[in-house]
Design a protein around this ligand. Structure first.
Ligand code: SF4
Length: 353
């Protein structure tokens, strides 16, 4: 899926990288044959723009499902939980006629309801069917794949260890695929020691799709030390979008005085990008919901700023941030790319017809 972060760094070292220096911009213009110098001096700012960034195929599909459902059924269309973890996306859909609710009992029987991209416990579609509701499942196919894996391992007689964050909707949805107690949740290496099972118990692990690639590898290694026969997924559960966005941040973070991740505080993959930047030595990495929320003093005497966006953050928010930077700095924009993404998911058959 990616060329690897080294190629991007190499390109920059071979000459694409603009020198990190502060150069006052001096605008000179002529007036009545006299040369005048603009007294406004703006500092230089190099923005390293991560690629890929922002919307992934699963988020794109989930938003389209709500939009097409609105076209097909008219407003209101109900959505159980935030369709994706981004306030801007939610407000935009609300403007089009979507109504966001916490639970199915807030939805009238005769209106369609969409389940969010994070997935839902099995009890949710079961309840919708019991009430003869029209429901559309916007669960990302890569989350559904983890659901199937959990089910398959359980049918094969194994207990399941899930690596993920307590309370995250994706974790709640995945754990809700199996009877209570079938899945043991671990958040970190320390909690591997707390698993109350013998070393030879048939066991398999699955993971949340939006975790830190490196932290998860360390937890898997700890699981393998304690349970040498543990089964793992054929292909890692952490999705391509999470992996690629983290690779791009890894590639550029060491060169950045500050790094902004455009995304919401409840977006798991966005928060992981901040942690990845910090782990790569960028001491000033932070989440930002949108440009108007930026406290400019937080940038300090920045000369190279990294910018990326979580998988649920629209590109328009990134462009607004760059425009806001241009109003204050003499900006040079460079893209740091670790590869292209071509993944696309089709809409559910009920909407694509
Ligand atoms: S971040 Fe990954 S798992 Fe989540 S919606 Fe996007 S592609 Fe799917």
């Amino acid at each position: 899926m990616i060329d690897g972060p080294a190629s991007a760094i190499l390109k920059r070292r071979l000459g694409l990288h603009k020198a990190r220096q502060r150069r006052p911009a001096t605008n000179i213009y002529e007036c009545n044959e006299a040369r005048m110098t603009d007294s406004t001096q703006r500092e230089s700012l190099t923005i390293l723009l991560a690629s890929p960034r922002g919307f992934c195929a699963g988020v794109d599909r989930a938003i389209k499902i709500v939009e097409v459902a609105l076209e097909k059924h008219g407003a209101p269309v109900y959505v159980r939980h935030e369709i994706v973890h981004n306030r801007h996306v939610v407000e935009d859909l609300e403007g089009k006629g979507a109504v966001f609710v916490d639970e199915l009992d807030e939805v009238p029987n005769d209106r369609p309801v969409v389940f969010s991209a994070h997935g839902v416990p099995k009890s949710v579609p079961a309840e919708a069917e019991r009430r003869n509701m029209i429901y559309l499942d916007a669960t990302c196919p890569l989350v559904s794949k983890v659901h199937h894996e959990a089910e398959h391992q359980y049918q094969a007689g194994r207990r399941i260890v899930m690596i993920g964050h307590v309370g995250h909707p994706e974790v709640v949805g995945t754990m809700g695929q199996l009877p209570e107690g079938a899945i043991i949740l671990v958040e970190d290496i320390e909690s591997v020691d707390d698993i109350d099972l013998a070393a030879d118990v048939p066991l398999a692990y699955i993971t949340q799709t939006t975790l830190s690639v490196d932290d998860t590898a360390a937890i898997v290694a700890a699981l393998r030390r304690r349970f040498p026969a543990i089964h793992g997924p054929g292909k890692e559960d952490i999705c391509y979008a999470t992996t690629n966005r983290q690779a791009a941040v890894k590639s550029m973070a060491p060169q950045c005085d500050a790094l902004i991740v455009v995304g919401s505080p409840n977006s798991s993959n966005s928060r992981r990008l901040v942690e990845v930047a910090e782990s790569m030595g960028c001491g000033n990495a932070f989440l930002l919901q949108n440009a108007s929320a930026l406290d400019w003093s937080r940038l300090g005497s920045v000369s190279t700023l990294g910018v990326t966006a979580g998988a649920s953050a629209p590109e328009t928010l990134v462009q607004e941030l760059i425009d806001a930077c241009r109003e204050r700095y003499d900006v040079t924009l460079e893209t740091v790319s670790v590869g292209d993404e071509t993944v696309h998911f089709n809409l559910p058959r009920a909407l694509s017809a």
